[in-house]
Design a protein around this ligand. Sequence first.
Ligand code: NAP
Length: 680
Amino acid sequence: MPKDSALTEVHSFAAGQWIAPGAGARTIASAITGMPICTAGNDALDTDAMLDWARASGGPALRTMTFHDRARMVKALALFLREHRQILYDLSFDTGATQKDHLIDIDGGIGTMLVFASKARREMPDGHVYIDGATEQLSRSGQFMGQHIAVPLRGVAVQINAFNFPVWGMLEKLAPALLAGVPSIVKPATATCYVTEACVRLILQSGLLPDGALQLVTGGLGNMLDHLDCQDVVSFTGSADTALKLRANPHLMAQSTRFMAEQDSLNASVMGHDAIPGTPEFDLFVKEVSREMTVKAGQKCTAVRRILVPRALEDAVISALSERLQKTTIGDPRLDDVRMGALVSAAQKRDVLEKAACIASEAERVTGDPEAFTIIGETVQNGAFLPPMLFHCSDPDAARHVHDTEAFGPVATVMGYTDTDHAIRLLNRGRGSLVASVITGDTEVARDIALGAAAFHGRLYFNNRTSMAESTGHGAPLPHMIHGGPGRAGGGEELGGVRGVLHYMQRTALQGSPDILTGITGRWTPGAQEITKEAHPFTRPFGDLAIGETLNAGPRTVTVEDIETFAHFTGDTFYAHMDEEAAAANPFFPGRVAHGYLLLSFAAGMFVQPDPGPVLANTGLDNLRFKAPVVPGDAISVRLTVRAKTPRNTEYGEVRWHVTLTNQEAAIVAEYELLTMNAF
Ligand code: NAP
């Protein structure tokens, strides 16, 4: 293609080089003016060199870092992007997005990185092996144990993203891949790749990532998928048609390459029977639905497409929604008084109109005439604008398109239901969605819908007057909660905190002796070697404490006087501690027994070293179990072992101690994990 010097060249970043558009480049037009603004794509990208760079440089460099090192890197990257986000805002207007839309895409992407970084620091170890679940005792004496772990895949994450979130779409996948320790090759949708390119330039400019950790393909992906293997991941976001084409790639199937798909879906919002006009729930429903239809001009994978309301309320909802939607100001997204910008391209507008025509074959358009609406802004009259279009389908049981034709724009259909079962049937007609919302205060309806519909929806969002002030919105995928859905929605799952990181890791079941498991995981497994030192562990700073370091203390004999003193001091005069006859009648106890909390207190009394020192605070107990009763005359001993250490900041870290209390016969009477904050 001859070069047009007026057009910006959107580069790819391949094997350490910025590559300008070349053979096969495509021209991209502004969504708001319709004028060409840039070119992108180069068929000559060296796929093998890109994959080699990621696998030979990016992966090894990331894997030498611990989860906490990578979390600090992701956090620093997010803060750097936040500082420079104006560059991204400025470019994004040409995608048709308003400043409010930028907050979802750009600030939302940065916020997602920050949440991931923080969760990784709190929930993952400062090491190289993620421990997944409890240790399983696989033998009688505990010398053969099982433990699930997860380690980073040794390949590359190829992330193919949709046009509607050029920044969030990349960052919500990049953050978990980086945390897992896997390099990424990002391929944004061509229509908005100039924003993603600017974001990648910022990331590389920050100097925070190791070489090979991030590459970018603008334009076509070439034959990259044919070069992936079992250590690679394809993470796709886009339409169901493209997902089907890509996941059917015979090479990917032969290699069992992981393929995650986030597709389109016909998300629904259900108005509960209690949300009658005049209630906060009615107003909330109208507000949420109209917002979901107009934010990003309806180009959101989670946007509401189907509006399910009690039959008796159809007219009231249509009239309230229409009134609100008609107030939507449409036009130049750079103007403060514009609420809804343009669709991403003229082609996208055509596609939406075609899909709307399908819907119109079985539903009546009640609001929004695409031939007659006002576009604000002199220079944007040729942009890809549409008004919000509301349809009403009077026979949703017989209809098909309203349940399975996605018009990826400001389009939704109201349909009436007779009772909760009918609402559930209609809800599930989408054959799998990302999110369904239900506006109700009725907990029985909520439970019926959860049981009847949760299997078809990745997320169920309930809202009512109690939660509305703090709720996050039907359409907002949160980094804490999974995003994805069954069936039509792609069958994938992203986000969800550490769950999202695990998509880029291999879960492996380890079996072996307690010492072997301790050696691999870096967390002491009961039964493994104990290390004893002369100095009391409470006198040793965080950095000096060894995993497995153990203190044995006791015994201490428990007397009836101890039990009575504790009972009267605390007020806990429960019969099992005070009344021999009543206690003996209880199937768990031979007679009067010591309070569990008395035993915990005696344990502390035995293992504590009282002087000021590195132990700053006791922050809690986990997994406490009382395993056998302690009766007056029993002598208890305690064993305290360093199980795991997690730095919190540069001054202190959390020590997780494994504690067992045993009686004079060496039977375990209590077991738990004690948490302390210890100075470095
Ligand atoms: P799309 O046309 O399916 O394209 C998605 C991505 O696939 C783009 O990067 C596209 O690149 C790429 N692609 C297309 N053909 C390819 C091929 N043969 N090989 C490799 N890559 C290929 O979807 P879109 O129009 O960008 O996005 C809109 C759709 O995405 C909507 O249906 C929406 O519901 C869905 N979506 C879903 C989610 C979710 O989280 N579930 C989020 C956002 C959007 P090019 O642009 O270069 O063709």
